[in-house]
Design a protein around this ligand. Sequence first.
Ligand code: HEM
Length: 515
Amino acid sequence: MTAFGSSASVVSSICIALGTLYLARRIRTRRARKLPPGPQRTFILGNIAQMPKEKEWLTYQRWTEEYGDVVYLEILGQPIIVLDSLEAATDLLEARGAIYSGRPRLPMAGDLTGFAQGVALATYGSRFRELRKSMQRELGVNMVQRYQAIYQDGSRQLALSAIKASGMLRELVVSARQFAGFTIMKSTYGYTTAPKNDKWLLATEDVMAIFSSAATPGRWMVDIFPALMHLPEWLPGTGFKRTARKWRQMNENVVREPYCWAKDNQDSDSGQSLNFVSSVLGQSREGLTNEEEDIAIWAAGSIFGGGADTTVSAILTFLLAMALSPESQRRGQEEIDAIIGRERLANIADRSNTPFVDAIMKETLRWHPVAPLAIPHLLTQDDEYRGWTFTSGSLFMVNLWSILHNKDVFPDPESFNPERFLTGVTAEKAIKTVKYAFGFGRRSCPGIHYAEASLYVAIATILATCDISDPRDDSGKPITGDHEWQSGTISHPRPYTVKIKPRSESALNLLQGGA
Ligand code: HEM
């Protein structure tokens, strides 16, 4: 698929010429300002050639050692500032959240394909606030307790399918996806996904692949020259508009269809009252206005968008960590045996009584953060910081990976060590810092309580019932220490296998019989 047809028209040539002049002017203006240090830039292209293609977090961390914790980059005139310390990230994204909470505008993915209707790419403004309010009301720490039975059901299925997937490369990922899909679709819409090839999960996977293509940096000319968005579709070279129209329809379908299903089924046996949509609908006797319904549809859709891939990544990181760290696994199992016993499976309330298992979850989120660079924040007003001037429209990336591998807070950061949250002089600081795995300020993850509750139940269920061992990479070689993680906003471990066996016959019975 091409982003911009090969018959690149006169129109695009004019746009490129005008755009280039515009960029050159912007760059000249900016040169007069005091900017943070960063790698040497070239005229117009800026730092394009130096931008890392994989394990970006390591390159940014290396640049920090050279230039300091605030690094300035520029691509085609777009300022990008990398924040590599907790101090800089909280100073700007939290303390000055009122002006550091925008999101980059992605004309292809956001405007044309419609992803900016969801929370993660929404422009910072009144609609965004309504979306966040709806999510925060329904996903608060107490509200997620109502999904208890769903987390438990999903976790039993996850443990059983992980046992079946033992030693297999692809099936483990399928099990983790099924867990995320089941828990989210059930708690958001009351819909029970099919054990295999569920129509909505398949459609959602297609739409997530569309998002990856639509949001690929540099792929779409319209992302560089947003004015192209307004060209009519009949003009040669505007194939991207037809592609976007088709994609938009698919995107709208995956958020609207389950919502309509939930609405129709909320009083029947299959649609439970304990789901996000029925709860939102239940708050209004007269029915929702069109605006309220739009918020409900996209807030619900954002749960899948924000929660599915992140959960998969965390589960895969946890299983690998357990295979690589048998001592942590054994201590987690012993704690569960002693506190919860072998007669039932874990629930959310057990979390406060099982500090080591809770620490395994925290360490999973720290050891390799699900979103190592979070999602870029956009500055919406000129600002000054430590004597530097940042212009409105600058993008701010936080190197979460680096913050969560800071040796002063997390000594020996490469090793998986849940103990760091329980004892030692840095434990308190470690607990405070690890919450930033969910991002910063007004854009921090609204699913934090949901994610922690579902991950805790899944981790505790697997530890209680399974033994995990023998990690191998995709070529069958044993993994002994280092393993690689893939690039992307959501980063997964590179494909691997582990052996997963039931701990005992009674553990298997518990999984098969339900708690
Ligand atoms: C292990 C699980 C998860 C992790 C580590 C995680 C982490 C993050 C991070 C780092 C961000 C970006 C924050 C920023 O820009 O400063 C984010 C945003 C977001 N997350 Fe999560 N997340 C997880 C699970 C979830 C779940 C379960 C949901 C839904 C229930 C969710 C919904 C969202 C949404 C909607 C956003 C966009 C927020 C906005 O732009 O205002 N996430 N998440």
